[in-house]
Design a protein around this ligand. Sequence first.
Ligand code: IVH
Length: 694
Amino acid sequence: MFTSDIIRSYQEQTLEWLRTPSSFDIQQIAQLRDILKFHEHRYYVEDNPLISDGEYDILYKLLEKTEEDHPELITSDSPTQRVAKGLTSVFTTVQHLVPMLSLENSYNAEDLRDWDRKARELTGLDTVEYCVEPKFDGASISLIYENDLLVRAATRGDGVEGEEITTNVKQIRSVPLSAPFSKFGIQQIEIRGEVLINKNNFAAYNAQLVAQNLAPLANPRNAASGSLRIKDPKEVGRRNLEAFLYHVSDVTLTGEMPAALQSHSASLELLWNMGFRSPVKQMKVFPGIDGVIDYCAGFEAGRDELPYEIDGMVIKVNRNDLQDKMGMTTHHPRWAMAYKFRARQGTSILRRVEFQVGRTGSITPVAKIDPVPIGGVTVGSISLFNEDVVREKDLHIGDTVLVERAGDVIPYIVKPLAELRTGKEEPIIFPTNCPVCGDALFKPEDEAVWRCINLNCEAQVVERMIHFVSKDAMDIRSLGESNIRKFYDLKLLHDIPGIYALDFEAIGKLEGFGPKSITNLQEAIEKSKQQPLHRIIFALGIRYVGETTAKVLARAVEHLLDFRNYSEEKLRELEDVGTKVAGSIHQFFSNQDNLHLLEQLEKAGLNLKNTQKGQVAGGSLSGQTFLFTGTLTRFKRSEAEELVEKNGGKLLSGVSSKLNYLVAGEEAGSKLEKAKKIPTVRVITEDEFLQLFG
Ligand code: IVH
């Protein structure tokens, strides 16, 4: 699509406009659009950008401003036209040009050989050429381009009719708004593909849901199909969806059939060359079935390494004339076959539901099922998150349930198999009182979870201690979860200050605690007294106060107890502190028990003073941003991060043009790759990092 001459001239012009934006002339608006489309393609389709996000934004704004001043110059495929205004009220039903059929499934080499035999019979050939590509596990879509413009996108629906989702699909940057089909005599084309959310974006999205006590989505497939039907296109844009386009289902030509449409692999190449993200890099053509079988096995072995989920491979007869000859049933084409990977689902019986009390008193129902192996792991316990999830799924004790575990995703009950019910199933009854302390449970209006609000509830006390000593909090490793539980049960530990007054003589008498482990424990506890204020704040487990907010709070005061005098309003003035967070912090510091806890900790030797205050501004790294990646061998990551902050530097969580230094340890991966593509990011080693401090 882009020859090296074009790439060079685009890049020269890009740099020229970035250096001297005033050199842009309104006559160049079409060129500016082409160049923006080129950079979008490098980023979203080829995953190989030539400019940073910030530089892209500068050019985008230049176009936006020019179009604002000259609305008569706006074209419908301008990069600015992806942005939608307002909400979608209803998704209208539309008919597909060609029904979207399903695929027949195969599960092993024998199934594939049987199918190959049939294909040879139907075509009358000795060998049939196949094209193999991944079976993307997302939501299928159909796109229609007319006179080179994207005019309609639709969901699969029932295969005959789907829902019109053009505005939402325009938010997917790898889907071109226009493509030069007319050059090939194509007046109208219908293209099929799959919308996905990659594993990283899925995990980040789920983490957000869990942080809000909401049920995470079961798998990236559900996340993708749900995202396509959101009424706010801007939210769709935020979900970072991607699309692979893998099939030309219909064309209206003005002349002869172009050679590029005479085979499946050639049509994928054509799409790629026109700017579509078709699976050209993943596909492979084989002269017969033998190679196909090996190729499928190779992908199955490496599926966890891919950035997105695939649930199998699709094998297609490559020549289009042979596809026509083989035809289709009402359900699937005879010329294509899905090869399904080993299932990551299993069935089991739901025996009972336990209700666990979390650190903040949240009550989580946990399903106990007969242990079942899924994808190499035995699953016996599955979180059900909250009451709504149980009600929505209509789960009953005694139900046979379908369980799924996709890749590293936590196991999830997909649904009960209602048709297997015997009538003896029992409803799941939610407790009205805390299963640990017996206090009445309470459900805040805007929340999905029930809570025990007794701060002295044993379960919460223990969970709070477990959080307090955890790695990202006070990092007292030798005092992990099991020791906390043991010491609590033996009445050697009652509360957080008790950690600093443990009776080591008594512990020494317990089985498994020799002099060495006692010394380790003592040392670890002693060392934790040196932890900086932000770690103490995070360790307190104040609701909604994560590590980042803890750092903001630590920087704001001279002494932690100063927060006693902070109103909610004053708290809201702090960076990233909204109404909910401010309310929670205020509540914490208004509670006498909590203030007493802090006084005890100070007496025990913890430093509640902000030793860093005043040191930050003007530090040697002032104004510089850092990110660490890979395995660090010279120092612990947390130590290095603290060093940066102590010297006035700032930590970023991802690679972007805002980043000044990426410190790359051993086996650094995607962050390093991304950083290398952004000229303004300096990639340095651990040694070079240390040299920054002289
Ligand atoms: S071809 C007429 N190719 O799998 C044939 N489908 O289980 C059209 N899918 O409905 C389908 N990856 O949503 C094809 N590389 C691929 C695919 C693929 C995923 C989906 C598609 C289809 C479903 C069938």
